[in-house]
Ligand binder design. Structure first.
Ligand SMILES: Cc1cc2nc3c(=O)[nH]c(=O)nc-3n(C[C@H](O)[C@H](O)[C@H](O)COP(=O)(O)O)c2cc1C
Length: 451
């Protein structure tokens, strides 16, 4: 038995599609994504239910790979709205007190000084609750929006390593307690404790010091999701939380073991970071109610939307492929975006349908419409599965994918969390784990600062 608790992240998107294709049409969905209230209500509710953090994914372009146009995506509302996340989280921080607040920011299109400053600011405003979900970004439309060429995946990760060296270095340009603000001695700050960084790398350089004092957490919590070998190595060095899209407990156990090896290679102790697979939970008072909810959710899912999203993620226009012919052998080689995401889907569909699996088979798989596995059932059945994944080291918690906001997390809070508490899989409310000074303390992550 494990003596730690699960980490629970609520995984959301500042967009009408809550990743599950078509979900904005769902009757229990609040689609007012341009209203401040939408985010404040979501965050308060997620905090009240006992989640450890709320984080948002992002993309820096509309999906426009499918048919080489954004039009179909706009017509359907497929992730065409993406609001700036740090503005949302700054707002939300004023209306919450405990929940971790995570934003996806790109190492490929942003500049490290800007990112270091923005997350340090959020960490101060939220009193130590900032989480940066680090992405290297995916497709050519994002590069085009920033007016630059698309870097190849290996170069994106090399740049990302330097990016993290700069950002974490800038966070430490103010030593701990350098800021005095002491009126009696008229000492604003100890100048000997504020340093230049003078970083000069192959891709990036920065002089420093940062114009924001050291963040309350030292380093805000770092999250990452890359799935290739290079992505896992990057996570091994940098990530406190790893977000994975596993399709089964076996696949997740293999990934857990491989990622743990990467932590060890970077001299990081067991338990120094936490691995959180994405999961969609459809819970009901009885199994029958849960199955009905699941059927409704599937009924509003739009395979056309899944086609647009998959084209975007893989960087390949899937309108060029026949829906009912076997996928070509070189299908994977055609993906310049996230090859690892496409590979996972192709492996899974061939497992389910054999070597003649078609594009239609692939689009109808539930994990293409909604990321990760789906646990459907009454509270006992859902928690049995979550508990099996946790106790067998397939994960250290879950990124609970909010398929329908607010409907799906109301169900989760009302039905699943009480059962998780009853089995001591999450801490009871008010325990020391729930009340540590910063998010890092509360979820058992070590201090990462170097000085
Ligand atoms: C589960 C998962 C979630 C991701 N979420 C985002 C995201 O929100 N925004 C983004 O730009 N990239 C996202 N990515 C892309 C990664 O940052 C990375 O660029 C991509 O997966 C390619 O790296 P890899 O081949 O190591 O997986 C995600 C990837 C995975 C696997």
């Amino acid at each position: 038995m494990r003596d730690d608790h699960m980490t629970l992240a609520a995984f959301a998107t500042a967009s009408t599609s809550q990743r599950a294709a078509g979900s904005w049409l769902h009757a229990a969905s609040d689609a007012r994504v341009l209203d401040a209230e939408h985010y404040v209500n979501m965050a308060r509710e997620v905090e009240r239910l006992g989640f450890d953090l709320l984080y948002f994914d992002d993309r820096l372009a509309m999906p426009a790979t499918y048919r080489r146009s954004h039009q179909e995506a706009v017509r359907r509302g497929t992730r065409v709205i993406k609001l700036d996340l740090l503005s949302i989280l700054a707002l939300v921080s004023a209306h919450t007190t405990r929940i971790g607040l995570g934003a996806t920011y790109s190492t490929t299109y942003y500049e490290p000084y800007h990112v270091a400053r923005a997350f340090a600011t959020l960490d101060h405003l939220s009193k130590g609750r900032a989480v940066w979900n680090i992405v290297t970004s995916l497709n050519a439309d994002e590069a085009a929006n920033f007016g630059v060429g698309q870097l190849d995946p290996a170069t994106r990760y090399d740049r990302a390593d330097e990016f993290l060296e700069v950002v974490t270095g800038l966070w430490e340009t103010w030593e701990k307690d350098a800021l005095k603000m002491d009126r009696t001695t008229e000492t604003f700050a100890d100048a000997k404790m504020v340093h230049e960084l003078n970083y000069a790398g192959q891709y990036l350089s920065s002089k420093g010091p940062l114009t924001v004092p050291r963040p309350p957490q030292g380093w805000p919590v770092l999250m990452q999701a890359g799935q290739s070998g290079r992505g896992m190595e990057f996570a091994g060095r940098w990530a406190d939380l790893v977000f994975t899209p596993s399709a089964s407990i076996e696949q997740s156990k293999r990934k857990y073991a491989a990622q743990t090896e990467q932590f060890e290679r970077h001299g990081r102790a067991a338990g120094a970071a936490r691995i959180l697979p994405a999961v969609s939970v459809v819970a009901g008072e009885t199994e029958g109610v849960a199955r009905e909810k699941d059927a409704y959710l599937r009924a509003v899912q739009d395979p056309g939307e899944a086609l647009i999203i998959l084209s975007e993620v893989a960087g390949v226009d899937l309108s060029a492929f026949a829906m009912d012919e076997p996928l070509p052998d070189d299908f994977l080689d055609l993906a310049p975006g996230s090859r690892s995401i496409l590979q996972r889907h192709v492996e899974r569909v061939r497992q389910l349908h054999g070597p003649t699996a078609t594009l239609r088979d692939l689009l109808e798989m539930e994990e293409v419409g909604a990321m990760g596995v789906r646990f459907v059932g009454d509270p006992q059945q859902v928690v049995d599965q979550m508990s099996e994944w946790f106790t067998e080291y397939a994960c250290d918690g879950f990124a609970v994918h909010l398929t329908v906001v607010p409907g799906s997390f109301e169900d989760f809070g009302r039905l699943v969390i009480p059962e998780l508490r009853r089995r001591n899989l999450v801490p009871p409310p008010g325990s020391s784990a729930a009340t540590g000074a910063h998010l890092r303390d509360r979820i058992g992550l070590p201090d990462r600062t170097l000085r």
